[in-house]
Design a protein around this ligand. Structure first.
Ligand SMILES: [Mg+2]
Length: 209
């Protein structure tokens, strides 16, 4: 199968690291479970999308994207799937973080071909912004012929047509009923009786029906 993975909060812990940075900066005590919206300004982090972009940039400049921890099970799980399948990483991180991102892969996932790390347009990039020339995640995955994409943001998941999407269960994607092509997964290895990424990929492959 051809697989693609979002990077932040699927492979590496973006929100946990960003919250540590933000709490230290602002004297707040926001927890991971408090991030009930991907639009951080809706939960009081900054007042607008531009404020949040500025905070993320400060986080980057403080080394935030260089020293990220892996999501539980991701380091081993991603290595396994990327050795067994043609695997891509499709991230909507702004291109200005490309060098930092590629460095992270070289240091932490050295077996993974760098040319398979693809930068997509962000759903939040406004029209007319230079980023709008870059394809969306759904377009990139369609062009690559991806069979299954894994993402934590419902706004990206719902753009996919045809292919399967695994929605990585997170406080900000509790949307209720999901369309037929989207399945919720609980971490990489499953929890509380729910399948994880690895079990769902095996299931899609027909390994353990
Ligand atoms: Mg993500």
């Amino acid at each position: 199968m051809k697989l693609s993975f979002d990077l932040d909060d699927v492979i590496v812990q973006f929100f946990p690291s960003f919250l540590r940075f933000y709490n230290a900066r602002k004297g707040t005590s926001l927890r991971f479970e408090d991030v009930t919206s991907f639009k951080l300004w809706e939960i009081g982090i900054g007042e607008s999308m531009d404020d949040v972009a500025g905070l993320v940039h400060e986080f980057h400049d403080a080394g935030g994207f260089s020293e990220m921890s892996f999501v539980d099970g991701a380091q081993k799980g991603f290595e396994r799937v990327s050795r067994e399948h043609e695997t891509y990483v499709v991230t909507s991180r702004p291109r200005k973080y490309e060098i930092t991102t590629i460095d992270f892969f070289k240091r932490n996932l050295p077996y993974f071909p760098i040319e398979r790390v693809v930068f997509s347009r962000s759903i939040f990039a406004s029209h007319g912004h230079s980023d709008s020339k870059i394809n969306s995640k759904a377009e990139i995955c369609r062009d690559l012929g991806i069979d299954c994409h894994v993402d934590d943001y419902y706004g990206y998941a719902e753009q996919f047509e045809g292919g399967k999407v695994l929605l990585f269960n997170s406080p900000w994607n509790q949307n209720g009923q999901l369309p037929q092509n989207i399945d919720r997964v609980y971490g990489w290895n499953g929890m509380n009786g729910g399948n994880g990424v690895l079990q769902e990929i095996d299931r899609l492959e027909g390994k353990n029906d």
